[in-house]
Design a protein around this ligand. Structure first.
Ligand SMILES: *Cc1c(COP(=O)(O)O)cnc(C)c1O
Length: 385
């Protein structure tokens, strides 16, 4: 399917709403029926019905069709956050006593899902270094039901070999799921590479304006329907029609924003690479990256997020660099119009700072839509401080 068709036309039935170019926000919780027979049919299988907005809503449905198509998948579900899009399918797929093999260091709240929430239901997780397929193979147990991936990771960018892992899992009847937030479907299509479920924090690139929290999971129709029929409706993590509308608006410019972000990131990385105050730049599309070949093979492009390790002796110097930035905002999240910085040191107390640990001197940067030269001059003056 053409990207232009997906972003501009797919799912939009304009003759149903006065030929309006922008779709309406169907801000309604419930939908009425002409007869008891129609009402009964809708209740019997809500997946196919417009009954109640915790399940289906016409505005959300436009977004859902577009997001499924972007992933090259059969169907998708849209949620009120990326975390709901990760936890709801996992709670749907797993039963008491099941085991998960997860890549090490997934997104922080995903770690908490595996370490704190799932053990309440007797579900255990083994975390493995995902850079080697054999580490997954070794960790598989008789009760392993899910292999969970995040490629690249969004702080240190380790990749997993998606095609090889999907084949390994298929041979053993294990479901695979990935957090594809870093790449977005424009730069990586894991479903097309054989991964069963592809989740994404739509808060990031899909929304793109730092004004909505949302999530999506894509997969086969059978798997998505199974999730919809029980846990999606039961947990109730649906997105609101207004927020879905803002996501549709974000999608109109997704390709332009991604291109700009990827181009600017390469320019900024080229400036920082070899800078005397920087020990290293960690970026999957940099030739020095240990998995550069794999990155080039399975990702169309990389951009937005990368990390730098500062050549400093004290935490104060890390903080001075960050506090001196005038155009990079100190904030969590990424994928919006604005450039961001987050030092790893926000995650621990000043006393815990260990200068010999390069991860403690790491600062993650996100390159937004500003002029890259404007950002480079900001980094230059902050590095001089
Ligand atoms: C932000 C993020 C999430 C969580 O998404 P929310 O929309 O904040 O719930 C999950 N994974 C990654 C990689 C993220 O960056």
């Amino acid at each position: 399917m053409d990207l232009s068709y997906i972003l501009n036309e797919l799912g939009e039935e304009r003759e149903n709403y006065f030929n309006a170019v922008a779709p309406p926000i169907i801000q309604s919780s419930n939908f009425t029926f002409k007869s008891v027979a129609d009402f009964r049919k809708a209740l019997a299988d809500e997946y196919y019905a417009t009954l109640y907005s915790r399940g289906n809503n016409p505005t959300v449905d436009i977004l859902r069709k577009k997001l499924a198509a972007l992933d090259g998948a059969e169907d998708a579900l849209v949620f009120g956050s990326g975390m709901a899009a990760i936890s709801t399918p996992i709670l749907s797929l797993l039963n008491q006593g099941d085991h998960v093999v997860s890549v090490a260091k997934p997104y922080s709240w995903t770690i908490k899902l595996f370490e704190r929430l799932l053990p309440k239901f007797g579900i255990t997780t083994t975390f493995v270094d995902g850079t080697e397929v054999k580490n997954f193979e070794k960790a598989i147990q008789f009760n392993t039901k899910l292999i969970y991936l995040e490629s690249p990771n969004t702080f240190t960018y380790e990749l997993q070999d998606l095609t090889t892992l999907s084949l390994l899992a298929k041979n053993k009847g294990i479901i695979t799921m990935i957090d594809n937030s870093y790449c977005s479907p424009l730069n990586q299509q894991p479903y097309v590479m054989g991964i069963d479920l592809v989740a994404q924090s739509a808060t990031k690139f899909i929304g793109g304006h730092s004004d909505v929290v949302a999530g999506v999971v894509s997969g086969s129709k059978a798997m998505i329907k199974k999730i919809f029929d029980a846990e999606f409706l039961n947990i109730g993590g649906n997105i609101s029609p207004l927020n879905a509308w803002l996501m549709i608006r974000g999608l109109r410019t997704l390709h332009l924003r991604m291109q700009r972000v990827c181009d600017s990131t390469k320019k900024v990385v080229a400036y920082l690479d070899g800078h005397p105050k920087i020990e290293k730049v960690i970026f999957p599309f940099h030739p020095s990256f240990p998995q550069y070949e794999l990155a080039k093979k399975q990702m169309k492009d990389a951009g937005g997020l990368f990390s730098i390790v500062l050549k400093v002796k004290t935490l104060e110097e890390v903080e001075t660099f960050c506090n001196s930035l005038q155009h990079f905002l100190l904030a969590v999240s990424w994928g919006g119009h604005e450039s961001l910085a987050i030092p790893a040191a926000v995650g621990f107390t000043p006393e815990a700072f260990d200068v010999t640990n390069s991860n403690h001197r790491l600062v993650r940067l996100y390159i937004g839509l500003e002029d890259p030269d404007y950002l480079i001059s900001d980094l230059k003056q902050a590095l001089e401080q």
